[in-house]
Write a protein that binds this ligand. Structure first.
Ligand code: HEC
Ligand code: HEC
Length: 254
């Protein structure tokens, strides 16, 4: 009996730990409007209200296309979390993790500006939505990248998307758009694609009448749909079954 009880406790504890650990896989979609408030009170003093880095000499300019296209949201998140050593950029660890993602999301809207995103949306709905889905989640076509998946998007660079759009993706149905869309149009498509990961941007301009509204988008994949989440859930279910079985057996033996 003693052995069974110990084994049961080990299983119960590991069950709790696996549930606690699974929380890390949850990545909410950031809110640009929340980010705007945080930015204006914490960041604009150096980066400028327009994000162009004019308020303090040397502060990063979020409208600088040549720099932005080689960045990603994770790099920005880390800069906000840790600060940038040997520069004036301080750490904002005091902000909660979701609020840090919000302000990082807002900082991207200086590059993915409303005019570019608006043109990009029209281009996207006309040329891309049939395969990539009006919500960017690839629902129109199996096996395509999910532009609404936050945990994947935060690692992407705009430059990589631009290359795929310009040259196509070899061995897949993704065609090259070099000859049918101008360079500017291709960049605006990237800017629009960038916005699927945000909860509330651009959100406001009306969609053309022929397509369903993109205002309400489904959330990114919750943690339990990620491979790691699946493994954790499977292990948890197996452990629960084992614990119940062992308890039942222990009871009988008593
Ligand atoms: C005291 C001035 C100051 C404040 C306040 C400040 N920054 Fe910065 N920030 C800087 C400077 C200076 C740099 C440039 C560092 C460098 O050379 O990379 C920088 C760099 C950055 C970068 C890194 C860009 C890169 O090179 O990858 C990000 C992202 C950033 N800031 C976001 C923010 C956000 C968001 C806030 C507000 C929550 C904020 N900053 C507040 C001064 C500031
Ligand atoms: C005929 C279907 C189809 C059309 C139309 C299409 N795509 Fe694709 N696209 C695909 C497939 C398939 C892939 C390759 C699988 C993947 O990586 O998602 C892909 C890949 C991509 C990628 C690379 C994603 C990654 O893995 O890094 C981007 C960016 C992209 N498409 C954007 C666009 C844009 C913008 C348009 C419209 C101008 C467009 N696509 C039109 C099917 C299509």
């Amino acid at each position: 009996m003693g052995k069974i009880r110990i084994i049961s406790w080990v299983f119960i504890l590991s069950l709790f730990f696996s549930i606690a650990a699974s929380g890390e896989y949850q990545v909410e979609r950031p809110s640009v409007s929340s980010g705007r408030e945080i930015f204006n009170s914490n960041c604009a003093g150096c980066h400028g209200e327009k994000g162009d880095g004019t308020a303090l000499k040397g502060a990063f300019n979020f409208t600088d296309h040549e720099k932005m296209i080689y960045k990603n949201l994770t790099v920005f998140f880390n800069a906000v979390t840790n600060g940038v050593p040997d520069t004036a950029m301080p750490s904002f660890e005091k902000l909660s993790v979701p609020r840090r993602w919000d302000v990082v999301a807002y900082s991207w809207t200086f590059w993915a500006d409303r005019d570019g995103v608006k043109e990009g949306k029209n281009i996207y709905l006309k040329n891309c939505a049939s395969c990539h889905g009006t919500n960017g989640n690839g629902s129109g076509f199996t096996g395509v990248f999910d532009f609404a998946n936050v945990s994947m998007m935060v690692r992407e660079e705009p430059e990589m998307f631009f290359k795929s759009i310009s040259n196509g993706v070899e061995g897949t149905a993704m065609p090259s758009w070099k000859n049918s869309l101008s360079e500017n149009e291709r960049w605006n498509a990237v800017k629009y694609i960038w916005t699927f990961q945000f909860k509330d941007y651009p959100g406001e301009f009306p969609s053309p009448a022929t397509v369903p509204s993109v205002g309400v988008q489904p959330p990114g994949k919750p943690w339990y749909y990620t491979p790691a989440g699946m493994v954790i859930i499977t292990i948890s279910i197996v452990l629960t079954a084992l614990v119940l079985y062992l308890f039942g057996k222990g009871m009988k033996e008593r």
